[in-house]
Design a protein around this ligand. Structure first.
Ligand SMILES: Cc1ncc(COP(=O)(O)O)c(C=O)c1O
Length: 352
């Protein structure tokens, strides 16, 4: 437009938006780039969809999603007042940024970590502190010192895109000593050996955020949930959009969360494939970060991850590449089915 004058807030003009992983339209692609689950959702969800009463779509959904919150509370050992739900956990992050950060209240998070956090900080016009990890993606001793000027500290456990976990004792120390909210982003926690879900009972400043996108195979449904003290949850409820979780999602997520047996089965399959792929990559000379997630962060023998990313793309295999000082030598591979990973490994064997 000629003589375009921007009406945006200067911070919006200055920022770049979030770049989501590619969602290709071509179906024969091997899609290992956005950490979706390769297995279908639980059978109850499929039946639930078939039997849905469409009359219910005429009405607004329950704004506080009480039935779903009761189910989550029951399954995870809390009370309804400790649970809030959201339109995917990205929405939960937005709620947290709106609730706890502004121009005077900073946010702190790891570096590298989930690339949505700086985008949300910019939207909220709040300054952010990036806490650098060691080259092996472990935390440094000065984490608490670095985080101290912030009001909200986000610890991603397992971390993305690095796949590893901060040790549980270190988490405990950080949560007890940090003077502010610690939001533990546990999007991938069902794939890890331990988690921080019990921390909410121990620490009044802790929020644990979860999603059905990964372990429950429901990324398309959009449901996140968080657990925290009744006071914190009540405050977050004031901030959320009224109808942030639609009726279909409330109904189907409840069915999925009740089926812990199916969840455990699929998680076990993914963990077994993760071990196998890790061993195969190591045998080819790849460096592989110890993964507690449904993806691997791995560096090829020559360290040229960008070239490998492009090679794989030409073969119709999509993984994720993050340019950046600490991440440029790595690609991130989502754990797929056995057959999918075999196709990947067979191709890699030809190159390395
Ligand atoms: C660390 C982390 N947190 C949160 C999310 C958001 O997940 P969703 O909005 O699908 O629940 C992702 C998605 O990839 C993630 O990697």
């Amino acid at each position: 437009m000629k003589n375009y004058k921007s009406y945006f807030r200067p911070s919006i003009d200055a920022m770049s938006g979030y770049t989501p992983g590619e969602q290709p339209k071509v179906m024969d692609l091997l899609k290992l780039n956005t950490n979706e689950n390769p297995y279908p959702p639980c059978p109850g969800v499929v039946d639930g969809l078939k039997n849905i009463d469409t009359e219910r779509l005429r009405l607004y959904p329950d704004p506080s999603a009480d039935k779903l919150r009761d189910t989550i509370a029951e399954v995870y050992g809390y009370k309804r007042e400790n649970i809030i739900v959201s339109n995917g956990s990205d929405d939960m992050l937005t709620i947290a940024f709106r609730a706890f950060s502004d121009a005077h209240n900073k946010v702190a998070f790891l570096e590298p970590t989930y690339s949505l956090y700086p985008v949300l900080a910019n939207l909220q016009s709040c300054q952010y502190i990036e806490i650098p990890l060691n080259d092996d993606f472990s935390i440094k001793d000065d984490l608490l010192e670095k985080a101290a000027p912030s009001n909200l500290l986000i610890l991603t456990r397992p971390n993305a895109p690095t796949a590893n976990c901060i040790a549980i004792d270190d988490m405990r120390k950080i949560c007890s000593e940090f003077d502010g909210i610690v939001l533990i982003d546990e999007a991938y926690a069902d794939f890890s050996a331990d988690n921080c879900i019990d921390f909410v009972r121990e620490f009044p400043n802790v929020i644990v955020s979860r999603t059905v996108s990964k372990s429950y195979s429901l990324a398309g449904l959009r449901l996140g949930f968080a657990i925290g003290s009744a006071e914190i949850i009540a405050g977050m409820m004031k901030v959320k959009d009224s109808y942030n979780v639609n009726m279909l999602t409330q109904y189907l997520a409840e069915i999925a969360i009740r089926d812990q047996e199916y969840l455990n089965e699929t998680v076990a399959k993914i963990k077994a494939s993760r071990t196998k792929l890790t061993e195969e990559l190591k045998a080819l000379g790849f460096k592989v970060v110890d993964s507690q997630s449904n993806f691997l962060f791995t560096s090829p023998p020559d360290g040229d991850a960008e070239k490998l990313f492009k090679f794989l793309r030409e073969e119709n295999i999509i993984v994720r590449y993050f340019p950046g000082k600490k991440t440029a030598k790595y690609i991130r591979i989502t754990i797929g089915t056995e057959e999918q990973l075999e196709r990947l490994i067979n191709f890699l064997k030809k190159i390395f």
